[in-house]
Design a protein. Structure first.
Ligand SMILES: Cc1ncc(COP(=O)(O)O)c(C=O)c1O
Length: 373
């Protein structure tokens, strides 16, 4: 076996992505455009048009090294949200910022607190880097159980504590009061607030709390509401002192000129965000109403995101069975038992998307329900 810094790099759990349209089209004989791709929480309205123009404009700079800090984007983010550029770090997707945060602020062996279930990248990266994930079970209805979270964060002497707002995979929204409670109890623990899906909550989010708490970093992505998952851009906002180690640990020229230009232009595209959020909010209501007629399945209520959990009520079904059956109907969702540690066999996560995709999902569930009745 090759020498590795940590065995888990060979034996550990790899990331399981949502399936692609082309894979399902080939396996089941659908035209790719027919498929309802509901497993990756992408923007069904596509990329910000302003970003597309800016990315094309960046091709003229492909021969030059980009700014190693993505200065233009840092400045833009800082101006938009009322910070200084030295309070911003950019990454090739939020995922890269998460990796840098873990490496910069926790040593091998240090504890990192997170909810179970949560975005799997938190524990995959923690384990790959030899850090130790500490899990806080959510309530049976995906309640945040903040007292328990705080108690675990303190008793484990965690270096880092992840929060996701709105939460993935449940879509539940944590109150600002609860976020403040965690920051106030955290002391030397760094609180990482992941706001990847914040636009869909129709709130401003909690970037402003960075002004109140030195132990807080807020992360956001261009992959979701901005529609730029393929471009790879995300960022973190914190005190300038927190950003220095992140700049030093990130791969030097991590942001290419196309990423920087596209993301900077997308930040100005309020129309695209408004169109996207309005469609998601409308379709969230639509799919909730259609799902309410089902008996074998139920929508876990109160998602404020662009996805929701489907709970399987029928005892003869489990998440892997339903996942496979939906694939054969041309519907891609996430099998909770594969994609989210601790979620078990009774849940699937589906995106909120265009009406024709929501209809295909619910029609597929109706067909599965009919077969087991
Ligand atoms: C909660 C959460 N945070 C972060 C990300 C990653 O975003 P990015 O595409 O910017 O790496 C995702 C992606 O699905 C996510 O679900």
């Amino acid at each position: 076996m090759v020498y590795v810094s940590n065995e888990i790099l060979v034996t550990g759990e790899p990331y399981t992505p949502g399936l692609s349209r082309s894979y399902v089209a080939q396996r089941y004989g659908f035209a790719p455009e027919e498929i309802a791709k509901l497993g990756s929480a992408e923007n069904p309205l596509g990329p910000s048009p302003k970003a597309l123009v800016a990315v094309a404009g960046a091709f003229g700079e492909l021969d030059l090294y980009p700014s190693w800090t993505a200065e233009r984007l840092r400045e833009k983010i800082a101006a938009k949200y009322g910070f200084k550029p030295d309070q911003v770090v950019c990454g090739t997707g939020e995922t890269e910022v998460i990796a840098c945060v873990i490496r910069a602020f926790a040593k091998p062996g240090d504890k990192i607190v997170m909810y179970k279930p949560c975005f799997p990248i938190y524990h995959i990266f923690a384990e790959n880097e030899g850090r130790v994930p500490v899990y806080v079970e959510m309530g049976s209805g995906f309640e945040f159980r903040i007292d328990h979270y705080i108690e675990t964060m303190r008793s484990s002497e965690a270096r880092i504590a992840f929060l996701t707002n709105p939460h993935s995979p449940s879509g539940k929204l944590m109150s600002e009061a609860d976020i403040r409670r965690v920051c106030e109890a955290a002391g030397d623990t760094l609180v990482v607030l992941d706001e990847a899906y914040i636009h869909f909550t129709e709130t401003e989010g909690s970037l402003h709390l960075v002004r109140d708490y030195e132990n807080l970093i807020v992360l956001r992505t261009f992959s979701k509401a901005f529609g730029l998952a393929g471009l790879r851009a995300g960022f973190g906002v914190a005190s300038a002192e927190r950003i220095v180690p992140l700049l030093n640990i990130k791969p030097t020229w991590n942001m290419g000129c196309a990423q920087t230009a596209g993301a900077a232009a997308a930040l100005d595209d309020d129309d695209h965000i408004e169109r996207t959020v309005a469609m998601i909010v409308e379709m969230r209501g639509y799919v909730a109403q259609r799902m309410s007629a089902l008996k074998a399945f139920r929508m876990v209520p109160d998602s404020r995101s662009n996805f929701f959990l489907i709970e399987i009520m029928h005892p003869a079904l489990d998440s892997t069975k339903v996942f496979e059956e939906l694939l054969s109907c041309g519907v891609i969702v996430k099998d909770g038992s594969v994609s989210f540690k601790g979620l078990g066999k009774r849940y699937l996560r589906s995106d909120v998307s265009l009406q024709r995709h929501m209809d295909r999902l619910v029609d597929g569930l109706i067909e599965i329900e009919r077969r087991v009745a």
